[in-house]
Ligand binder design. Structure first.
Ligand code: HEC
Length: 204
């Protein structure tokens, strides 16, 4: 089956007509622009031999370069961020790594919390709460979650109770804590995120 498009793409020239046995007498021909079409291109000499494949290569290199540039900028933003955005992939990815290292031991690999924890469990019970969409942190602002991670649970619990939640002030930079917050928010469904936005408006 002949696919003219593919042939052109692969630069496979259609077979040349056999040379006539006796060369016709040379005649001077006035070449016009109309004559200058595909068929009279110079013979194919490899993939990069013509402008079109060169153009494709350069376009591909530019695209790769731009993508790499955007990724680097995103990473840089993630490591200097001062807020938590669930829709910033580089920040969420950084947060996921940190969460696995620092938090999953108590809060579960998938933010599910201690197996005996229920949404009705009192805060100072010593059981690690879920941090997914069932969590009480949905109704706390980004800043409150950030501070809880930074300073640990003790300053926020009723007096006379002992927090099991360590402070990460000296283990994580502020940008890293924001990244963890972005990761926690990342998989909350839209309606939960909307509820959380109300908390952000209430307590910025
Ligand atoms: C040693 C276990 C442990 C580790 C590690 C831990 N937590 Fe906690 N976390 C808890 C417990 C237990 C609570 C419940 C309150 C308390 O005891 O202070 C809590 C509470 C919280 C809360 C507040 C929940 C609320 O009701 O507002 C957040 C947010 C939180 N943790 C996030 C994290 C993050 C993020 C990390 C990792 C950077 C982390 N925790 C690491 C045990 C832990």
């Amino acid at each position: 089956m002949r696919l003219p498009f593919l042939d052109r793409w692969l630069k496979r020239e259609p077979p040349k007509p056999a040379k006539p046995k006796y060369a016709p007498r040379r005649r001077r021909v006035l070449v016009t622009d109309e004559d200058d079409d595909e068929e009279v291109r110079p013979p194919h000499q490899g993939f990069l031999s013509d402008r079109r494949s060169m153009f494709i290569l350069i376009a591909a290199l530019v695209a790769i370069g731009l993508t790499a540039g955007v990724m680097l900028i995103e990473r840089r933003l993630a490591s200097t961020a001062t807020d938590a955005r669930a829709d910033r992939p580089a920040q969420v990815a950084l947060g996921r790594t940190l969460y696995r290292q620092q938090c999953s031991y108590c809060h579960g690999t998938d933010r599910e919390g201690h197996e005996d924890w229920r949404p009705t469990t009192p805060i100072a019970s010593g059981l690690s709460p879920a941090l997914d969409e069932r969590s009480p942190i949905v109704d706390r602002s980004d800043r409150q979650i950030f501070e809880w991670i930074k300073y640990g649970g003790q300053p926020f619990l009723p007096s006379g109770t002992r927090s099991q939640m360590p402070a990460f002030e000296f283990n994580l930079t502020e940008a890293q804590i924001w990244a963890v917050v972005a990761y926690l928010k990342n998989r909350w469904p839209d309606e939960v995120l909307a509820r959380h936005e109300l908390a952000n408006k209430r307590e910025p």
